[in-house]
Design a protein around this ligand. Structure first.
Ligand code: PRP
Ligand code: URA
Length: 206
């Protein structure tokens, strides 16, 4: 269940994120902007309940978000997407998953897993690049093992290969992406993509 944003502001952020001349400080700022816009779409169907408050002029019917969202950034690049999630969501907690792709094989290895109990909450997986899908699918396995249901996966760039893997292993998960690209190169990088998200975010490009 892939949803690719068609919003012009998302497209504009992508122009800067893809541009290899964009320095890390601007890359971080654009990452925060794009995740804010994607978050708006990924949370559009969160359950609410009706309530009533008093404004200075009298009673008003209001809607309150009912469920707690558990943001799950995948270390390290997913950390670049966390700030706006904490700012925008009224009830939010955070769990962390550390996954690293082997440079040669592109197979993801888990090095950290700290999730709170997820039953009755809405897990929101944050990982900017959905390439082979190995990291995303493994992270969703861990979320399910912790009791998570109704998981949403927010990424910045998705490759068709990765979307297929996640859809096969977790068909009910809704994926929200800013862009769906052509495919992977022989090093399993997304083309045209934006390069290594974590390195560009944290200024660790060689
Ligand atoms: C990147 C990215 C994803 C993963 C996607 O992380 O942030 O987690 O690759 O690739 P996949 O779909 O082929 O599994 P990376 O391993 O580069 O680690 P980093 O976030 O620490 O830079
Ligand atoms: N990880 C990245 O950071 N970029 C890619 O293109 C693929 C995986």
């Amino acid at each position: 269940m892939l949803h690719v944003s068609k919003h012009p502001l998302v497209g504009d952020c992508m122009a800067g994120l893809r541009d290899k001349r964009t320095p890390p400080d601007e890359f971080r700022s654009l990452s925060r902007k794009v995740i804010s816009l994607l978050l708006y779409e990924a949370t559009a169907d969160l359950p609410v309940h009706q309530d009533r408050v008093e404004t200075p002029l009298g009673p008003a019917e209001v809607e309150i978000v009912e469920k707690e969202v558990v943001a799950v950034p995948v270390l390290r690049a997913g950390l670049g997407l966390l700030g706006p999630v904490l700012e925008l969501l009224p009830k939010v907690s955070v769990g962390y998953i550390g996954l690293e792709r082997d440079e040669e094989t592109a197979v993801a290895r888990i090095y950290y897993n700290k999730l709170p109990p997820l039953k009755g909450k809405v897990p929101l997986l944050l990982d900017p690049m959905l390439a082979t899908g190995g990291s995303g699918a493994r992270a969703i396995d861990l979320i399910k093992e912790a009791g998570g249901e109704d998981c949403r996966f927010v990424c910045v760039v998705a490759a068709p290969e990765g979307v297929r893997v996640v859809e096969e292993r977790h068909p009910e998960v809704k994926i929200f992406a800013a862009a769906l690209d052509q495919g992977l190169n022989d090093r399993a990088y997304i083309v045209p993509g934006l390069g290594d998200f974590g390195d560009r975010l944290f200024g660790t490009l060689g």
